[in-house]
Write a protein that binds this ligand. Structure first.
Ligand code: ASP
Length: 273
């Protein structure tokens, strides 16, 4: 038996101080949505938390996500479960109501790990995943153009059977080139889960996470016996020293409390255990 745990974050991006309490409240609502499902397993809990956050307009995922250079929303999401190292991700989708649902379908289907763009939308249609008009994600064009970067959402969970899972969803970075995909849906870059060692999720400049293979590196450090707090802090130190980048990470080890670290002024996160 393991002690269940869930940690949810709402991104480490620069946001007005006045908005921080609302973002923290959104993360806490997501924590409650996820924790309610922890009895159904780590994967169910992590996905439920992220699915909730895709509907929180202040955060950079789903509704309210940041805009690309052409003023469109293109969404990435990913999921990984640590028992069989199964993973699923979607990138640059415009018309999928809950990108995290589609990432789950990609993982369950099992043929591929990452689907993008129109092909991902066609896969959604053929697997009964809800589609929507792309305008659904735009509610405040001015704010989404300038303010939504860095509020990617993610969750990492451990259930009573010791299974670990991670889920993540994002609009990426604002003014990104159309078709740009970040680290979030890529196992080993923005997320990784392995029941034997731990599970992690990142937020911040995705290109830096990809170049460092940061999520995989963190799990290797857990494998080598580093404690989760040291792994989280070390990841942020490396992000800063090697890439001059900013961001945040959350970590759940095989045991112990979830950990978070970031090198920006704030990263809303919440923990249940
Ligand atoms: N990592 C995300 C990306 O680069 C953005 C973020 O977490 O703020 O797509």
């Amino acid at each position: 038996m393991s002690r269940p745990a869930l940690i949810v974050h709402g991104g480490a991006g620069p946001v007005p101080v006045a908005e921080r309490p609302q973002r923290q409240a959104a993360v806490e609502r997501a924590l409650a949505a996820g924790w309610a499902l922890i009895g159904s397993g780590a994967l169910a809990a992590a996905v439920a938390a992220v699915r909730h956050l895709e509907d929180e307009p202040l955060l950079n995922a789903g509704i309210g996500a940041c805009l690309n250079l052409e003023g469109d929303v293109e969404l990435d999401a990913g999921v990984m479960e640590g028992s069989l190292l199964r993973a699923g991700g979607v990138g640059a989708v415009r018309d999928v109501r809950h990108p995290i649902d589609l990432a789950m379908e990609v993982m369950k289907d099992g043929r591929h790990v990452l689907l993008v763009g129109d092909g991902a939308s066609r896969f959604a249609r053929s697997h009964g995943v809800e589609l929507c008009d792309p305008s659904t994600f735009i509610i405040d064009r001015e704010r989404q153009q300038h303010g939504a970067e860095g509020d990617t959402v993610g969750a990492v969970a451990r259930d009573s059977e010791g299974h670990l899972a991670v889920a993540v969803s994002t609009g990426g970075v604002h003014n990104k080139w159309p078709g740009r995909i970040g680290d979030s849906p890529i196992p080993g870059a923005g997320m990784f889960a392995d029941d034997r060692f731990g599970a992690v999720c990142g937020t911040g400049q995705g290109e830096a996470f990809m170049r460092l293979g940061l999520a995989r590196l963190m799990v290797i450090e857990l494998e080598h016996g580093m404690d989760p707090a040291a792994v989280a802090n070390g990841a942020i130190a490396l992000l800063e020293s090697a890439m001059h980048a900013v961001g945040g990470v959350i970590v759940v080890g095989r045991e112990g409390s979830p950990q978070a670290a970031f090198n920006t002024p704030a990263m809303p996160f919440a923990v249940a255990e």
